[in-house]
Design a protein around this ligand. Structure first.
Ligand SMILES: [Zn+2]
Length: 95
């Protein structure tokens, strides 16, 4: 293969990668939007219904912290992020 041909092939690969990257960027953007909607729903529902629901979710074994929201947690250990999030929400409720 001539060098020119190799360069052309490389250029094609780069183009394909850039296209893939653009697609991934769009997917990340969509996920970030969705994440923001979910978070604002959580904040809103905790404002409306108090922190009871969040506490319940946490006790049922789900993370309520923004870091791992809605993921299953190890119930034998407390999650520090969840606990600080709960106390933050409680603090807001009593402001
Ligand atoms: Zn957590």
């Amino acid at each position: 293969m001539k060098i020119t041909e190799s360069i052309l092939a490389l250029e094609e690969q780069i183009k394909a990668l850039l296209e893939e990257l653009a697609e991934i960027k769009m997917q990340v953007y969509a996920l970030e939007e969705k994440n923001e909607q979910v978070l604002s729903k959580v904040y809103r529902s905790s404002e409306i219904q108090g922190h009871g629901n969040l506490q319940e979710l946490y006790e049922e074994g789900f993370h309520i912290c923004p870091e791992h929201f809605a993921q299953i947690r190890d119930v034998s250990q407390d999650c520090l992020f969840c606990l600080s999030f709960l106390s933050e929400v409680r603090g807001k409720a009593y402001e």
